[in-house]
Design a protein around this ligand. Structure first.
Ligand code: FES
Ligand SMILES: [Fe+2]
Length: 365
């Protein structure tokens, strides 16, 4: 799927930068190939406009803010948060300002992050109850660009089979490759997926997990929110919670912006923000490295025969099935790139049997 070609995906909220980034002036961003500028409007709340002046197309993000409005760097035309032109400095006072405007987008601050929707929203931003729960602290962990697609990121989030390999340098145990099955329930927003997995607990993660035992259990109560948000809700022994919320915002077909927010029900002195960032950075760097080696143009339609699958791929196959259904419900078909795509050879192998079963029976394509 080429994300930027699927119009219905414009109708979801996507996370961009932390709100405080706007304190230093306008910030450029790109969603689904659309260049936008983010800035604080006259009410102090974030605003999003198309990053293109309607005079001679200069990027507004190279300008500055004045009285909660954005000033173009080229000839100083000024726009308010709705995109309406409010001032042409070269005109004489008393002359009417022409009613030009640049396109504006829905924009709001939530969980310390600026969220943007390019169209009429089909769903609200996922609710994170812990954000208003005093038992939890919020840590803005990461805002980084990955060269992969949001589908690859979402699938990886619910793929227990990669821990032993991709995360062998942190919590994975390559001697234990068997993947724990999820208890999975489809919902209107996506699905819930629960599992208990065994992990290694090296000394570097003792303060993160709250225990010094060398091997521990992780209780996972995960959620996928259509199309590209996930909640990775980890419970460590003694009830310590490590809840990661991600939005994989499509920048264009080949890259995503990862926003990662962490909620913990412990205190800074138990495990500092710096320690939590360092540990999770090591983990997500492992994912990033392998995901950037995959083809961004992953097929939604499992019957394409381009990729083999196994039982543990079931959550990812459901993600694909639901995305395909979403497109079709809105009159779209999956758009693919025209790069070469070899077919997987279908022989009488175990994997092939799994793949066929999953595709026809479980994922329902
Ligand atoms: S291009 Fe923006 S004011 Fe001229
Ligand atoms: Fe991972």
């Amino acid at each position: 799927m080429l994300t930027s070609k699927q119009a219905v995906l414009r109708r979801f909220w996507y996370a961009t930068v932390p709100v405080e980034r706007l304190d230093d002036g306008p910030v450029p961003f790109r969603i689904m190939g659309e260049d936008i500028v983010l800035f604080r409007g006259d009410d102090g709340e974030p605003a999003a406009l198309r990053d293109r002046c309607c005079h001679r197309t200069a990027k507004l993000s190279k300008g500055w803010c004045e009285k909660g409005q954005i000033v173009c760097p080229y000839h100083g035309w000024r726009y308010d948060r709705t995109g309406a032109l409010t001032r042409i400095p070269q005109q004489d006072a008393g002359q009417d300002t022409p009613r030009f405007r640049v396109e504006s987008y829905r924009c709001q601050a939530r969980y310390g992050t600026v969220w943007v929707c390019l169209g009429e929203p089909l769903a609200d931003i996922p609710e994170i109850l812990e954000d208003s729960d005093p038992a939890y602290r919020r840590i803005q962990q990461f805002n980084e660009v990955w060269h992969t697609s949001p589908l690859r990121f979402m699938e990886n989030s619910f793929d227990n089979a990669h821990f032993a390999f991709v995360h062998k340098g942190t919590f994975g145990d390559i001697q234990q490759p068997a993947a724990k099955k999820y208890e999975l329930m489809e919902t209107d927003f996506g699905f819930t997926a629960d599992a208990i997995v065994d992990i290694r607990n090296p000394p570097e993660s003792h303060r993160v997990t709250g225990t010094t035992a060398p091997d521990i259990e992780r209780k996972l109560r995960n959620r996928w929110y259509l199309p590209f948000c996930r909640r990775l809700d980890i419970e460590y022994p003694a009830g310590l919670r490590h809840i990661i919320f991600n939005c994989a915002t499509p920048i264009d077909d080949e890259s995503i912006h990862i926003a990662q927010i962490l909620y913990r029900n412990d205190r800074e002195e138990d495990c500092s923000t710096q320690e939590l960032i360092a540990w999770d950075q090591a983990v997500i760097d492992e994912d990033k490295d392998v995901l950037e080696s995959t083809d961004h143009d992953a097929p939604l339609d499992a019957s394409s025969g381009e990729e083999g699958s196994m039982i543990s791929d079931r959550p990812g196959l459901i993600v694909r099935k639901r995305l395909l259904r979403l497109l079709r419900e809105h009159g779209e078909e999956e758009v693919r790139g025209d790069g070469p795509r070899p077919k997987v050879l279908h022989r009488d192998t175990h994997l092939d049997t799994c793949s066929t079963d999953l595709i026809t029976n479980e994922a329902g394509n």
